[in-house]
Design a protein around this ligand. Sequence first.
Ligand code: B12
Ligand code: SF4
Length: 551
Amino acid sequence: MTRALLVHPEFKQASFWNYRETCELVDAKYPAAPLGLCTVAALLPQDWEMRLVDRNVEAWSDAHLDWADIVLTGGMLPQQLDCLEVVREARKRGKVVLIGGPDATSSPHLYKEASHLILGEAEVTLPKFLADFAAGTAQPVYVDPRMADMSKSPVPRFDLLKFDAYNHIGIQFCRGCPFLCEFCDIIELYGRVPRAKSGDQILAELQRLFDLGYRGHVDLVDDNFIGNKKLVKEFLPKLKEWLIARKWPFEFTTEASINLADDEDLMNLMQETGFFAVFVGIESPDEETLIRMKKKQNAGRSIAESVHAIVKHGMWVNAGFILGCDGENGSVARGIIECIEDTGIPVNMAGLMFALPNTQLTRRLKKEGRLHDNFEVAVDTGGDQCTAGLNFEPKRPRVEILRDYLNVIETTYTPAAYYGRVRKTAKLMDSSKRRHVPTMRHMWKETKAFFKMAWKLGCRPSTAWHHWRTFLGTLFTNPRSIRYIGSLCALYVHFGPFSKHVAAKIRHAIQLLESGAVQRGMSLAAAVPSAAPPAAPTPAPVEEAVAAKAD
Ligand code: B12
Ligand code: SF4
């Protein structure tokens, strides 16, 4: 019997989305579980013995590697360093190593040390590899331009997860997005035609989670949950029925484009099925910038009104903003700060433009001679848009962009500003249609989290007044929203210190730029050197594979 060890590499520690300190409040170790590897596991021969090690929540030991015949790994840009480490360690011990996932698909040349590169969606490429492997004719690289038929995607092997280690579990309804944003790699990796699983498939996945004893927060990790509104509208009533029959075991979050706010019916359906938060890419309040980045769906609307409409339907909004875009005409800090304040969005991932491999933007920058060498190597930066980014020559002077960015971070993440926005959200959030009831176990965890938060935020002079004013205020004025507003307060355990960490790094980079220590062609990352070695040059077989992929 073949023994397969699936290894989820560690994410770069200090990054916006690594809110481990907040997770610890509810006894979890990391926000999200590795859905990609659970899906891969379901595509392997089911008579193989499998183990999954997530390096974000547990260390792997020599025993794990000794046990395995095959090691499967892969992930996204911020996992690049650890992923390469996993490959090296496993290869050193003579194991067959398979690599896949978004970063290997976009930058296969970085992963030449793996035995086999299984690129793109595993539903398409893995079966071919498995057939060849069984026949003893496995090739070094598997690529296929076809997109997976989602109706054939199997129920992920959730049984390999240790649920308690995570804040939430992800499932995926749909891949791909109909829009055309220039900086986005999703449309390159997953296409512009949203491909969805059937409602029955999703219900089977939820049933699997339910049967395994999981309860609580489920994140629909779709690129754009409302990419195909018709399908979502057909699915949500079925989901509601399913939830009612099982006494509302789950509640949901997702990612969606801002045109969600234009569809009252859809927002109602989401509210009625227990969605409590949505991530929306706002990117910029400036129309010219939006048009230049081809994010036209955000242009010509009041961003604040759109956000408020969503919050009024019981879903708080998390947002992304990008600085350093080509369309910027002078300072953008004021506009972004005002937009953040007007919308009242507490959690804003304001970051510096990072040219991801495999995007229209990257191809254009390359043509224009503005893309940095090794722009896709993230071993030292983790591709973190807060402390790295600008891996190309921007149109505006780099130092001006950084000053703008520092201003945004320092202004919007003070305790007064952050909690002020949480209170705005609390005022608008309608939780009257919520039906999910947390289990006793969850309630106990949340009660403990309340006391831990009281210690970490409620007893510190810088946050105490804001924390209690927000928490107790909500308890009296909008008690049905208290769990969600409590969660937003809890996130400040991470975002408070993290914003200071980012500000310190950016201030340092500004100093280096002002002193002339960083020159053209050096990314911000280069201004803060690290001991990590640069990636090796492209080997031939992978180059051929990439060329084939481009064809
Ligand atoms: C949900 C999500 C998040 C969530 C949660 C991530 C998590 N920890 O699970 C959040 C919001 C936190 C997030 C953040 C970021 N994300 Co993200 N995220 C996604 C998203 C939308 C879904 C991920 C998912 O679960 N997919 C479902 C599973 C089934 O797909 P999958 O993992 O890709 O696996 C499939 C294949 O890749 C392959 N496969 C995967 N692993 C392996 C391994 C082997 C051996 C094989 C054979 C195959 C294989 O088979 C699977 C089935 O087809 C993807 C886009 C997407 N559609 O996948 C982006 C995506 C992964 N994120 C991306 C990026 C860039 C980021 C950020 C850096 C963005 C930022 N601005 O900071 C951050 C970094 C996070 C961090 N902690 O540092 C890029 C990665 C690009 C790259 N080259 O690596 C993606 C592709 C698109 C994007 N631009 O958002 N992200
Ligand atoms: S709306 Fe989001 S997922 Fe769709 S193309 Fe734009 S950035 Fe990508």
